[in-house]
Design a protein around this ligand. Structure first.
Ligand code: C2E
Ligand code: CA
Ligand code: CA
Length: 722
């Protein structure tokens, strides 16, 4: 507005200066003076707005406006009343005619009003300069001083009565300045200060470099990071090199991550260098920001750690272990590795007998033990509750040493001491491409071959084992059908007395498999004993025996049948109840169904087992102790055993090849059982000599190939029941 308002006075002035015609000069004067009123009006408007005075002094502003309007009116009256001015011809001004102003009262009024307005405006600017913060004062003072210059210039012109008024140039400059300040001016110092404040308060360390890569400023975090003195920014580069080493601080834009220190002292930094370009895109300098990422990195590391490590033992979790092993195998393709499945056998007992806190403690000790073996190229973790996994180079696995350690692996806490039974299933990685989980499955499988669990702790996987597992799966899936279809059925082996007369038979399971042919118990009994399905087999065999016995008794034949009872049967059912119900169902005299148990039955819960056996005897059944002498029982135990018959197996007793010694043992057992009123039965009798010898020793019953092999029920009945 001001710039536009300046046009009339400038134009008027030009007219005055350039013309030699009185009329034109007079019109020029009108335009000039009225234009000045407009300039003042515009200047006032600008000032009010620029200085934020809109809401202040409305009355004063109204009066000034009125005075200016009156001035305009007064000038408009001049042609009629000559109240303001007239012009006077001067002849030789720079060689031409010029009309000089002759002021009257109205002109004086004009000057008073204009100077008054100007003064008021300058006072406003002065107040602003004084009251505003320093950085803002700048914008007011520049205008203030140009106004003074313009006013003084104008005054000089007026009072010097110089015909050519150049003071308009002053107003022109003020106008342009005001235009610039109101539209484009941003207080640069304020911006600088703000940016500096922001930069200072940034958590990042910021270093600013000039175009020559010399540090010219750094914020507080940067100053303390580099350990430089305030104002000594020049040394920053040197200090940064000391901290990070030569990471190429100079050069164009880049970013990098740096790790300083180690262990708990480790610090992580994210560095970023940015170039600052000027308006024309030339590099004017650069800045480097350094962010301390340590907390974030540590948090991420903690999260990764928690996700990949078992919280109790600190070992890898199963998934992560698999991943690490996969990496290791890919990394060390030329090395041979074992995968070891570490199984804590009696862990449930540990938890039950002691406490789960002792259980946790035990697991931690096992984890420590695994960790302690760690040499190069070991990878290990916790697979599940009480199982661990280790992958280690073949040459690092020392079986003897490990057997030694495992045989006396004791966990102690306070007064509690417990031998933890640990088994290791070992799989040698022959094909590194198979799934790691499959490798552990195989290592796990190897464990199933450990028979004597307290003597042997380590077992290796081989392909036969895999075949065995496939076989067990195969026959297990078919057992129910085999029972229903009677593919699984008893064969009978005669039992004879001293005269060779048949008195009974032992029922031995045979599986006439439609595809796999004739299967001996060795092919399936151990499998079912392991997975508990032996219960189905035995119940089926007992039922078959009862069915045969009932058929025989209908024919009036009083032969007994001995059935086998697996130790596992006692875990899964009430053996006595089951057999009692069967004999009742088939209406069989209990003394004809003899039950054969082995010494292992007495291994656990001996008292309870003895009670059950006594129950059988009390109910009229005859209890036979099978395979006596094959394992744990001693002659000493015999007197406490609630059994009626003792079965000795020739193959156990003749073990070791020392016939004389075997004979002595047999002789003694027979004598002892005789004394205890227990009937002795020798099985595995293969020759006439054996039979004679045993008869001489007063053995009572005999069973063996010498008399007959186990045969089908039809054959048995055809041979012995005619
Ligand atoms: P066992 O109860 O000791 O049965 C005697 C085993 O000796 C039978 O083997 C029989 O065929 C074999 N045998 C008999 N006389 C002779 C002989 O003169 N010389 C030799 N070398 N062996 C002879 P089988 O039938 O193969 O049974 C093996 C084992 O399987 C049995 O040993 C028994 O422990 C188990 N078994 C068989 N049937 C059943 C069953 O129905 N239930 C349970 N739980 N186990 C069974
Ligand atoms: Ca038997
Ligand atoms: Ca036997």
């Amino acid at each position: 507005m001001i710039t536009a308002a300046l046009i009339p006075p400038v134009f008027g002035n030009l007219l005055i200066v350039s013309t030699s015609m009185e009329l034109v000069a007079t019109i020029g004067c009108y335009i000039y003076f009225i234009g000045m009123d407009m300039v003042m009006y515009a200047l006032l408007r600008f000032t009010v707005k620029y200085c934020d005075f809109q809401k202040k002094f409305p009355l004063l502003r109204g009066i000034i406006d009125t005075l200016l309007i009156m001035d305009v009116i007064q000038f408009l009256c001049n042609p009629f009343f000559g109240n303001a001015f007239t012009t006077e011809r001067l002849d030789d001004v720079y060689g031409k005619a010029y009309y000089r102003l002759v002021p009257f009262l109205g002109q004086t009024y004009h000057r008073v009003v204009c100077y008054g307005v100007l003064l008021a405006i300058m006072i406003v600017f002065l107040v602003k300069i004084i009251r505003s913060p320093k950085i803002y004062a700048e914008r007011y003072s520049i205008i203030f001083f140009t106004l003074i210059v313009a006013a003084v210039w104008q005054t000089l012109y007026i009072f010097s009565r110089t015909p050519i008024d150049r003071s308009m140039i002053g107003f022109g400059i003020s106008g342009v300045l005001m235009f610039y300040f109101s539209l484009y001016y941003r207080p640069l110092k304020l911006l600088d200060r703000m940016l500096a404040n922001i930069a200072s308060e940034m958590p990042e360390a910021l270093f600013f470099f000039d175009a020559n890569e010399k540090c010219i400023w750094a914020n507080d975090p940067a100053i303390s990071f580099a350990g430089i003195e305030q104002g000594e920014f020049g040394t920053a580069t040197e200090k940064l090199l000391e901290v990070f080493g030569n990471i190429g601080l100079e050069g164009p834009e880049w970013s990098s991550r740096q790790v300083i220190g180690s262990g708990d002292e480790t610090r992580y930094y994210a560095l970023e260098k940015r170039t600052v370009v000027d308006d024309r895109g030339r590099a004017a300098g650069s800045f480097l920001s350094i962010r301390d990422n340590t907390e974030e990195q540590k948090r991420i590391q903690r999260e990764i750690y928690n996700a990949t490590h078992d919280s109790l033992t600190g070992l890898y979790t199963r998934e992560y272990l698999y991943e690490r092993i996969r990496h290791k195998l890919e990394d060390k393709r030329d090395m041979e590795f074992y995968v070891v499945f570490v199984d804590v056998k009696n862990f449930k007992i540990v938890n039950d007998i002691f406490s789960s806190s002792f259980g946790d403690f035990a697991l931690q000790r096992i984890a420590d033990w695994i960790r302690s073996g760690d040499t190069e190229n070991w990878v290990y973790g916790r697979l599940a509750g009480d199982t661990f996994g280790v992958c280690l180079p073949v040459e690092a696995f020392h079986e003897q040493e490990l057997e030694e350690i495992l045989s006396r692996f004791v966990v102690r806490r306070n007064n509690v001491e417990y031998h933890i039974l640990i088994h290791l299933g070992v799989y040698k990685i022959t094909d590194p491409n198979i799934e790691v989980s499959v490798m552990f499955d195989r290592a796990h499988l190897a464990l199933s071959t450990i028979r004597d669990e307290y003597q042997k702790h380590i077992a290796y996987y081989d392909d036969d084992l895999r075949k065995k597992v496939l076989w067990s799966q195969h026959i297990s899936s078919e057992l129910h059908d085999a029972i229903r279809e009677m593919h699984l059925r008893p064969y009978l082996q005669p039992i004879v007395d001293k005269e060779g007369k048949i008195v009974g038979a032992e029922a031995l399971a045979r599986w006439i498999h439609p595809k796999d042919g004739f299967l001996s118990p060795g092919a399936f009994i151990p499998v079912f004993e392991k997975n508990g399905m032996i219960v189905e087999v035995d119940k089926h065999m007992w039922r078959c025996a009862c069915e045969i016995l009932s058929r025989w008794s209908e024919k009036g034949k009083r032969l007994f049948i001995s059935v086998n009872i697996s130790p596992k049967d006692f875990y899964f059912m009430d053996v006595f109840d089951e057999i009692r119900m069967l004999t009742e169902d088939y209406g069989i005299d209990p003394s004809l169904l003899r039950i054969e148990i082995t010494e292992t039955v007495m291994m656990t819960e001996a008292e309870e087992r003895m009670r059950i056996l006594q129950q059988f005897r009390d109910a009229g059944y005859i209890v036979e102790m099978d395979d006596f002498g094959s394992g744990y029982s001693s002659l000493n135990m015999l007197k406490d055993m609630p059994v009626d018959v003792l079965k000795l197996d020739m193959k156990f007793l003749a073990r070791g090849g020392d016939d004389e010694r075997a004979q002595t043992i047999i002789q003694n057992i027979i004598h002892l059982s005789d004394d205890l009123g227990i009937v002795s039965l020798t099985e595995g009798v293969e020759t006439e000599d054996q039979f004679r010898m045993l008869a001489r020793m007063h053995c009572i019953l005999f069973q063996g190939y010498h008399f007959a092999k186990p045969m089908s029920v039809e054959e048995f009945e055809d041979t012995f029941l005619q």
